[in-house]
Design a protein around this ligand. Structure first.
Ligand code: ADP
Length: 479
């Protein structure tokens, strides 16, 4: 489990990258130091070779010179040079060599010969001569002469090799220890950085459908974790809202359907037990039909609302003549109002055609709800007036009645689902208590606004304001 954790993986990646960096820098550093040392040795070899070459020339110019090789040895000792020195004559044979070479001789390679023939000193590293490599220069005494006397000076690289071995050992010992320490630090740091994640996990584990109101504590760090927490909290908020709506929907539905169902059951039982002739059965069935219709309406309205809330009912936007729509509604209103002898008036105070962008069917449904409410809650012989005006890009429609009015304390709730002011009377009227909720949804979906003024006993006025250019661009809502 621990091997799969982000903490472990972070530490591992950190350790691996650090190991690669340490190895590369160790390798680079030792190469640099080695090359530096070699270049010092080379300088020294060239210096000695030049010196010996000068000495060799004076030796030959001195006719009194007896044993040249002994003099060379003395010269080297005097200068305190412990290097191997060997002098090759014009034919390439060893003329002299320092005593420290014992039975060995410094080799003359092809490349060295080629270079010295054109007067260039040649530097090389010999691996085969001793236990340790030797750095050697082959130096022409007279560079312009193809067959010049050659001076060879060799320097054992034993010390440098030892130093390098020590350096490598130090690296090998220090690197793993540093890696271990730094990995430990990385492990602790990763743990600290990820500790909010563990805390979030613990809290999230406690959240379920029953306590969706819980939120994760947001820390003021403004980092990725706090962003994650905020996102999670807003997701919880959405989920909670969705859950609340589902709960409300099922609660509302069962509550509202229970009454008509009880009536249905009661009436059917009574009919089955007591009804004697077909006329009584017919009456019961007719009453049952009413309840069934009512249930059908409730279910339909509830589904419309549920779908609208979950965004499953997108508006079908078209541009249509709003004056035509209002005139059709006016005619419908007159038909509806006929039985109650209610007068319906229309004041269309517009000078030109209003081409409104919106969902015509939904808007028709919305206005019909308002008009049928106005008629429903107005006593016989009253009035319902529909008025339309335009106001800088908005169309304002008011539906005023001389009905029973709405007491002030109910006004804030009338757009709530199933909110009815007078249960008993509303049932008789066949209202579901969902009409105004649907009205509100349709107005909101068009980015419009609705308000209501009412005086109990005198009447109510519902005013709808809609942007003429439709809901595409949100207008500052006018009140
Ligand atoms: P319903 O189907 O019961 O009419 P609505 O959602 O359409 O449900 O209306 C909610 C409540 O608001 C109604 O029960 C009624 O009491 C009140 N109401 C709505 N319109 C009017 C109105 N024009 N006059 C008086 N009361 C109204």
């Amino acid at each position: 489990m621990v091997f799969r954790s982000i903490r472990f993986r972070l530490t591992l990646w950190y350790a691996i990258s650090l190991a690669v960096v340490l190895a590369a820098s160790g390798f680079g550093l030792s190469l640099y130091i080695y090359n530096n040392q070699i270049s010092h040795v080379d300088d020294r070899l060239l210096l000695i070779a030049t010196d010996v070459s000068a000495f060799n020339l004076t030796l030959h110019q001195n006719p009194l010179a007896t044993d040249a090789c002994e003099q060379l040895e003395a010269f080297l000792r005097q200068r305190n040079w412990g290097e191997y020195v060997q002098i090759l004559n014009e034919r390439g044979n060893i003329a002299c060599s320092s005593t420290n070479l014992k039975e060995f001789s410094l080799p003359l390679g092809k490349l060295a010969l080629q270079n010295t023939r054109i007067g260039i000193p040649f530097l090389e590293t010999l691996d085969t001569l001793e236990h340790h490599p030797i750095r050697m220069v082959t130096f022409p005494v007279s560079p312009q002469d193809r067959n010049s006397t050659l001076i060879q000076v060799g320097h054992s690289l034993a010390t440098i090799e030892h130093e390098m071995a020590d350096l490598r050992l130090t690296f090998l010992l220090v690197t793993p220890a540093a890696l271990l320490l730094i990995s430990l630090g990385a492990w602790l740091l990763a743990g600290k950085a990820l500790s909010p994640v563990a805390r979030i996990t613990r809290t999230v584990r406690r959240i379920n459908a029953e306590n969706l109101s819980q939120r994760l504590p947001v820390e003021e760090t403004q980092d990725e974790i706090s962003e994650l927490v905020e996102t999670f909290n807003s997701m919880l908020e959405d989920l909670e809202g969705a859950f609340r709506r589902i709960k409300q929907f099922s609660g509302d539905a069962s509550h509202e359907l229970r009454t008509p169902l009880t009536i249905l059951r009661g009436e059917t039982e009574v009919a089955l037990r007591w009804a004697k002739d077909p006329e009584e059965f017919r009456k019961t069935l007719a009453s049952n039909m009413e309840e069934i219709n009512r249930m059908g309406r409730i279910i339909e309205d509830l589904l419309t609302l549920a779908k609208s809330e979950s965004g499953e009912l997108p508006l079908v936007l078209t541009q249509f003549s709003f004056c035509d729509l209002i005139q059709e509604l006016y005619l419908q209103a007159r038909t509806l109002a006929e039985t109650k002898r209610i007068t319906v008036g229309l004041q269309l105070q517009v000078t030109e055609e209003i081409m409104l962008r919106g969902d015509e069917l939904r808007l028709r449904q919305m206005f019909l709800n308002l008009i049928s409410n106005a008629i429903k809650y107005t006593v016989d012989g009253g009035r319902v007036d529909i008025a339309v005006v335009t106001d800088s890009g908005f169309v304002v429609i008011s539906i005023a009645d001389t009905g029973i009015g709405i007491p002030e304390e109910h006004l804030p709730h009338i757009f709530d689902r199933f909110y009815r002011i007078d249960e008993a009377r509303n049932r008789e009227d066949g209202g579901t208590g969902l009409g105004l909720s649907i009205v509100k949804w349709i107005v909101d979906a068009h980015h419009g606004n609705i308000r209501v003024n009412s005086t109990p006993g005198k009447g109510s006025t519902f005013t709808v304001i809609l942007p003429i250019s439709g809901p595409g661009v949100r207008h500052p809502v006018k009140r």
